[in-house]
Structures are given as structure tokens and as C-alpha cells.
Design a binder for this molecule. Sequence first.
Ligand SMILES: Nc1ncnc2c1ncn2[C@@H]1O[C@H](COP(=O)(O)OP(=O)(O)OP(=O)(O)O)[C@@H](O)[C@H]1O
Length: 624
Amino acid sequence: MTAEPDPRDDALETPHWQLDGGPPDAPRHVVRRLPAVTWPVVRMIRDAAPGPAAVIAVMQVCSGLAAAFGLFATAGVLTELLAAGPTADRVVAALPSLLLVGSAYAVRGAMDIGVAHAHARITPAVRRLAEERLYAASLGADLAAFDDAGFYDRLHRARDRGLFFLERATDNLVELTGSVFGIAAAVGSLGVLHPVLLPVLLLAVLPDGWAVQRAALLAYTSMARAVVLDRRVQMVSQLATERESAAEIRACQAEPFVLREYRVVADPLRDEDVRRGVAQARVRGIGRALAGAGLAATYVVLGLLVHASWVPLAVAGTAVISIRAATTALNRFVLAANQLVEQGLYVGDYLAFLESAAVPPRAEGVVDEPRRVQLDAVAFSYPESPDTRPAVHDVSLTVERGQTIALVGENGSGKTTLAKLIAGLYEPTSGRVRWDGRDVRLLDRAGVAERVMMVFQDPIRWPHTARANVRVGRHDRVDPAGTALGGAALQAGADEVVDRLPDGWDTVLSKQFRGGQELSGGQWQRLAVARGLYRDAPLLIWDEPTAPLDAKAEFAVYESLRALAEDRTVVLITHRLASVRHADRIFLLHEGELVEQGTHAELMALGGRYAELHDLQARMYADA
Ligand SMILES: Nc1ncnc2c1ncn2[C@@H]1O[C@H](COP(=O)(O)OP(=O)(O)OP(=O)(O)O)[C@@H](O)[C@H]1O
């Protein structure tokens, strides 16, 4: 019988699961913050849909003018209707003003329809542009950022909340500007009718505004506290529902473990949501009660003014309509402003991510095909790594063009990290990586990347066609007849894989699409090797390229590699020491440090770690 594991014993339970700290920056004053949060949304709208934005601005001005005109015309109607004389005469006298009121409302209606049409074009355009900027920022971020949990949190906030709330903020900005013109029309006419009504009017809307702002603050605070949990729930959701994990979870009987993990993160998340919802409901209730009292006070003051004969009855009648219009517009404004301020915080997260992901510009040194790659006392530590020892420490080595070097060592000894440093994917924490004497940090990033080809241990399985899986190695390479594609596939043994696919190169390699095919681990690896060969760069870095390959494919790949090495620089990482015999120089890493180096013969003669590992492997194969 298996005991249900105790979550407290779980070594995988990291502090990431806990509720995060407090809110980063609470919105204390809506009005003060409004310009700052509005401006980025305005810029986004301007960039995404300048035409519809201009149409909206013009039409909202016209709508506001029509509303003001309608209110003044209403005063005219009431004046005629409340004048002395027979009713029929008064109605006839009021007709011209009535016509004006009707025309004003018709114009306003037409403008509002126009605004709605333009608005419908803006929000999708903003979403489209914001997504592209987010993906560009994420793709442009330094590789090291992806080893930083804080980066993931920011990315998660920007993608899952920032994008969504940027859309909502766009809607609210349109609503806000519309309400501003509505207020201007109503308040303008109210001020002309009797200025004392203006401060009284504020009584009706300020309490509601306070309540909406409080509720917004509660929502944001809660979101900031729960963002890490939220991300964790998504990860569990992926484990529970995605194909990639389905087989192994069943094989390990890990279903209860995944469900337990879900409970551990989902329970506090639910509690947080409930706490927030209850607090918001309380705040809104208080706000509504105060707003009702404020509106009643407004009408009392109006009654007193009429009673004291300070304002004529017709003006008072129009004032009632103006007050209703102003209250409606002000409520719209308060709601939109508060939501905008709340959404502005998420939009701020989105913008902060774009900024933090931006890589500082370098002196754009031109890069040539490197003839010599040198590492001088290079060290590298992963950000936020609990390991106090650097992943790579004090490594110096040189490799010339036409040479093949091999990096060997136990698991976790720093080989992959070192390879990424050589490729310029990581910047050393100390020391220097130089290409032809020039510090790689000072060279143009794209230029450096252009000259590197890296085949990874766990290459991407692109959910595209077989052709795209290889061509993505250098997607802009001109190869209309597919000669380079065929050559790379042949060298990697990927041609045999493709020959067996139902639609050859056009077969989609993902079961998530209709007609898609799945490959074995070794077949995927052959495609990855073909991708690397297709890239055809002067600096080749192979990180365990042949581990999942069968003996025949492995032999073919090493043959290709030997041929390629003649006019290139090759860095080979492998655990199969038999494969590195012919390397010009072998570097043995241990706990991030270079402990032995030399040719195979030299290292064997040294009788150190390399010789020991080599003999161990040789014995294993001999026994087998
Ligand atoms: N993204 C990362 N964030 C933090 N630490 C990392 C990261 N990647 C690797 N490490 C740590 O750095 C050290 C070196 O890892 P590296 O992947 O370079 O080793 P390796 O020699 O390539 O191992 P293997 O033979 O298993 O592929 C290890 O201690 C590992 O735990």
C-alpha cells in the first residue's frame, strides 16, 4: 500500500509557491495617477490605429457639443411650456425648440454610432501590436534572463494580465474621453443655469468614486500577491492536460502527486479570491449608500433654490435633466478612470517587462568569421542560483580555426555552460571571451549569433513540417531547389526519416494537428543535426548531438563533423570518450574548473581523471 505523500515533506515545494509580498505600487490617488497611466495607452492607440483614434476624438467632441446644445434647447422648450397663456399656444411656441432638441439628439446618436464603429477597430489593433511587442521583447531578452525566476514572473504578468488589461484600458480610455465631453456638456449647461449647483453635484458622485477606486486597489493588491501561485497553477494544469507529460505521469503513477500539487496551490489562491471579493463587495456597498445620500442632497438644494425664487421653474427643470446627465457622465468617468488606473498598473507591468527585457545596446563591433576563440579566466554564475560555486570557474582555453576541441566531464561539470559562453549566449561574470582578440561583449550580437551553430542536447521539436524543422536553422537561407536541405539531411541521416513520412518534407511533425506525425527521440535528433548542418556557420558547437542516435547514425554524424571541421572551429561536448579521440585538444571539466587538457594520448599518459573515465567506459563496452 502506498501512503499519500505529505506535502510538507516535499522537497520540490519551493518558496515560489507561497503568497508573494505586498503590492508593488498601490494607486493612492486616481486623479494624480490618471495622466501617467493614460499616456502609455494613448501612445499604444496612436501607434496601432491612428485613423480610428482621430475619428473617435472628432466625433466625441461633436457628440459633446450636440449634448450641450440639446440641454440649452430643452431650457427653451420648458420656458415656452411653463409660460402664461393657453396650452395649445404654448406647445406651438415650444415647437422650434423641440425640433432643436430632437436634432441635437439625432446628431449625438449618429456620432455615438460612429464612435462605436471606430472603437471596434482600435481594440483588436492594440492587442495585435502589444502582442507582437511582447513576443519581440521576450525573444530579444538575454538567455540569462530565462534562468531568473523574477523574469518569469514579470513575463507572466505582462503576458497574462498586461495584454488583457491593455485591451480593457483601451476600451476604458474611449469611455473616459466620451464621458469627459458628456460632463463638459452637462456641467457647462448646469453652470450657466446656476453655478451653485456644481459643488452640490460633486456630493453625488465622489463617494461612489471612492468606492470604485478602493475596490480596484483591492483587486490589484490581491493579484500582485497571487501572481506566483497563479503561474504555478498553470504549470500544474499543463502537466495534467498536455500530451508531453501524459505518458511519464502514468508510468510513474504520479497522478495523485500532480493532483496534490494542484490542491497545494489552488487552495490559497481560492482563499485569496474570496477575501478580495468580499472586501470589494463591502466597499462598493458603502459607496452606493453614500452616493444615494449625496444625490438626495443635490435635489434638496435645487428645491430650496426654486422655493426662494432664485431660479425660475423652467431653469430648475432643465437643471434636473442636466444633473442626471452630469451624474451619469460623471459616474461613467469615475468608473472608467478608476478602472483605467487599476488597468494602468497591469499595463505598467507590461511596459516594465518590455523595458527590463530590452538588452542594452552594445558597441556594434563588426564580426568576422573567427579564426581564434580565446577564453581568459572565464567564470560564470547563474542568477539566483542557490549553488555558491560558479557553474564555470577560471577557465582559460584557445581554439583555432580548423581545430576540433572536446569538452568532457561528469554531469553538471559545466560543459554546456562553457559552450554557451563560447557562443556568446551568456556573458561571463568575470574574465573574457575573445574572438580574434576582440571581447565578444563588444561585438554586434546578431553578428556573433550569425557565426555560431549550436546543436543542443534537447533540441526544439518544432510543431511544423519536417522541412521547416531543418530550414529554421537558417530560415532566410536561399535554397530554392532544396540542395542545401537535401545535403544536410543526408549528412545527418535525416533523409531516411523523411523518406518514411507520409508527405515527406511536408509532413507536419506534431500530433496536435490533424494528420500530424510523431517521431522517435533519435529521429528528432537527426532532424536537429540536419538543422545545425543546414545552418552552416563557421563555429560549430555540438552538445551531445549523438546521444539518442543509433550506432550507424552516430558514425555518419561524426564522419560529417570531421569533414566540416577542416575550415571551421568545432567544439564537441560528449560523454562518449571514444568519440573524442581525434579531437585536437580535449578539456576535462570538474565542478566548473578545467582540471586536465591535452590530446587523447597526452591525457591517457597523464593517468588522471580522463584516463580513469576512459578506462571505465572501455571496460563497460568490453563487458557488454
Ligand atoms: N539554467 C540554470 N540555472 C541555474 N543553474 C544551472 C542552469 N543550468 C545549469 N546549471 C548548473 O550549472 C552547473 C553546470 O551545468 P551544465 O549544464 O553546464 O553541466 P554539464 O557539464 O553540461 O552537464 P551534463 O553533462 O549533465 O549536460 C550545474 O551545477 C547545474 O546545476
